[in-house]
Design a binder for this molecule. Structure first.
Ligand code: FES
Length: 209
């Protein structure tokens, strides 16, 4: 079942391997809300990509590798969203532990379906599996686990199977190529649209039906 409000819906963001290394991040925007998923010391978490000091966007690029640190006054945030590095704190902010906790980043929802990573603005709501449905969730899990290698971009042909899930279109070739196209969520520009071409790990990989 799909809720009409974009803030209440899941959107595909990328692949788990995009976020596998410490400090790797991927961003998007849903309506007026910038979102970021980030690996912080091995933990992958999602927040509104908005600094709680003076509301600057923290990561301006669609993806990259760098600490969750605001470019304006240098506040950096831990995996709970709490500001932990505040330059000039003793003179300028004087924030103790409780004050910092009150200025934690707003959390967002993060979910995985196999190696596919989805985000949602709303913290509460149906799980990704509930929104997609059990059989589609299982199929996407199996496909994303089977097609593990990125390779040369291929244009989907008319005889390929197309599977739709949230903002994601999967184009599956009969000979074992999977093209993922994530449309930018409502309110996001085309920088947040992503296309990935995936191949099985080996020629012998058993592909799901
Ligand atoms: S606006 Fe982010 S640290 Fe000041």
């Amino acid at each position: 079942m799909q809720n009409e409000a974009p803030e209440s819906r899941w959107f595909h963001l990328g692949m788990a391997d995009d976020l596998a290394t410490p400090n790797a991040f991927v961003t998007t925007r849903v309506g007026a809300v910038p979102l970021v998923a980030q690996n912080i010391k091995g933990r992958v978490v999602a927040f509104r990509n908005v600094c709680t000091h003076r509301f600057a966007v923290i990561h301006g690029e669609p993806a990259g590798c760098g600490p969750l640190r605001c470019p304006y006054h240098g506040w950096s945030f831990d995996a709970d969203g709490v500001p932990v590095g505040l330059p000039f704190n003793p003179t300028d902010f004087q924030l103790e532990a409780e004050g910092r906790r009150r200025l934690a980043l707003h959390p967002a929802s993060l979910a995985r379906c196999g190696r596919l990573v989805f985000v949602r603005v709303a913290v509460d709501g149906p799980s990704l599996e509930e929104e997609l449905g059990t059989s589609l969730f299982a199929r996407l899990t199996a496909l994303s686990d089977a097609f593990t290698h990125r390779g040369d971009a291929v244009e989907p042909a008319e005889d390929w199977e197309t599977i739709g899930a949230a903002n994601l279109r999967l184009h599956l070739a009969p000979d074992g190529v999977l093209v993922l196209h994530s449309a930018a969520p409502p309110g996001a520009d085309r920088r947040f649209s992503r296309t990935i071409t995936l191949y099985p790990a080996t020629a012998d990989t058993e592909l799901p039906a």
